[in-house]
Design a protein around this ligand. Structure first.
Ligand SMILES: C[S@@+](CC[C@H](N)C(=O)[O-])C[C@H]1O[C@@H](n2cnc3c(N)ncnc32)[C@H](O)[C@@H]1O
Length: 229
C-alpha cells in the first residue's frame, strides 16, 4: 500500500515531539488501570506471550522509547539480542539512553520504516506494541516477520483497534489519539483486520484477547514447522 510521504512525516514529527515526555505520559495511564485501561498489565501479558528464553534474539517493531525492553532483557539476559526498530530518532534516543543507563550492551537500535526493515534471519521472537495501526501495509510487515522467525518462534502484537460498533466520531472524545498519529484516515484503514488475518493464516497456537471494550487487542502465535524455507 502506498503511504503518502506527508503521513509518514507527520508520524515522525509527532513522536519526535513526544519522545521526552512519552514514558511519563504512558505512566499516567496506570492511574486508569483500575478501570480496566491497564496498559502496563497488557504489556506484561504481551511480553509473557513471547515465551522468551535466555540467549534469544528478538525484534521489537516500533520499539519507541523501549518500554518493552526491561521485561525482554529480564528474559533473554545478556546473551540474548534485542533489536529495536523505529521511525523516530528521538524515540530511539530515549531507548538508547535506557540501554546505556542499564548497561545493556545487547540492544541494537535501527532507525527505519517497519515496511522497509530487513529482518535478520533466524529470529526467535517478534513483538510490536501500539505501532502497527500507524503503519500502512502492516500486514506485509507481519508476513515478513513470520518469514524471519525460526520454527516455533513467537510473534506477538499488542495494538489499538476501533470496534465496529463504535462510530468514528467518538475519536473526538478520545482527543489525545490524534497527537499520537491515530487520525481518522488511520482508523478508516482498519489495518488491524488485515494483520489479524495474516496471523490466522500463518501461525498456529493462537492466543487472542481483547481489552477495554475492544479498543485494544493482544494477538500471539507460533510459526509452525511448515514455515521452514
Ligand atoms: C505509540 S508508540 C509505541 C512505542 C512502544 N512500542 C510502546 O509500546 O510504548 C508508536 C511508535 O511506532 C513508531 N512508528 C510509527 N510508524 C512506524 C513505522 N512505519 N515504522 C517504524 N516505526 C513506526 C513511532 O515512531 C512510535 O515510536
Amino acid at each position: 500500500m502506498f503511504e503518502p510521504p506527508e503521513e509518514k512525516q507527520e508520524v515522525i514529527e509527532a513522536y519526535d515531539r513526544r519522545a521526552s515526555g512519552y514514558d511519563l505520559a504512558v505512566k499516567w495511564f496506570d492511574v486508569s488501570a483500575r478501570f480496566g485501561f491497564n496498559i502496563s498489565g497488557w504489556r506484561r501479558q504481551a511480553v509473557g506471550q513471547l515465551n522468551l528464553k535466555p540467549g534469544d534474539t528478538i525484534v521489537d517493531i516500533g520499539c519507541g522509547t523501549g518500554l518493552n525492553f526491561p521485561m525482554i532483557y529480564e528474559a533473554v539476559g545478556s546473551q540474548g539480542t534485542i533489536i529495536g526498530v523505529d521511525l523516530s530518532e528521538a524515540m530511539l534516543a530515549e531507548a538508547r539512553q535506557m540501554a546505556l543507563a542499564n548497561g545493556w550492551e545487547n540492544v541494537q537500535l535501527v532507525c527505519a520504516d517497519a515496511t522497509q526493515f530487513e529482518f535478520p534471519p533466524q529470529v526467535d521472537a517478534v513483538i510490536s506494541a501500539f505501532t502497527l495501526i500507524l503503519v500502512p501495509g502492516a500486514e506485509r510487515v507481519i508476513a515478513r516477520a513470520v518469514e524471519s522467525l525460526v520454527p516455533g518462534g513467537r510473534l506477538v502484537i499488542l495494538d489499538m483497534a476501533w470496534p465496529r460498533w463504535c462510530p468514528l466520531w467518538w475519536r473526538h472524545v478520545l482527543f489525545f489519539l490524534r497527537s499520537y498519529g491515530v487520525t481518522a484516515e488511520v482508523l478508516r484503514r482498519r489495518s488491524w483486520e488485515a494483520v489479524q488475518q495474516v496471523l490466522h493464516e500463518r501461525l498456529s497456537d493462537l492466543f487472542e484477547r481483547q481489552y477495554w471494550f475492544g479498543f485494544f487487542y493482544l494477538a500471539a502465535g507460533t510459526v509452525p514447522e511448515r514455515e521452514i524455507v
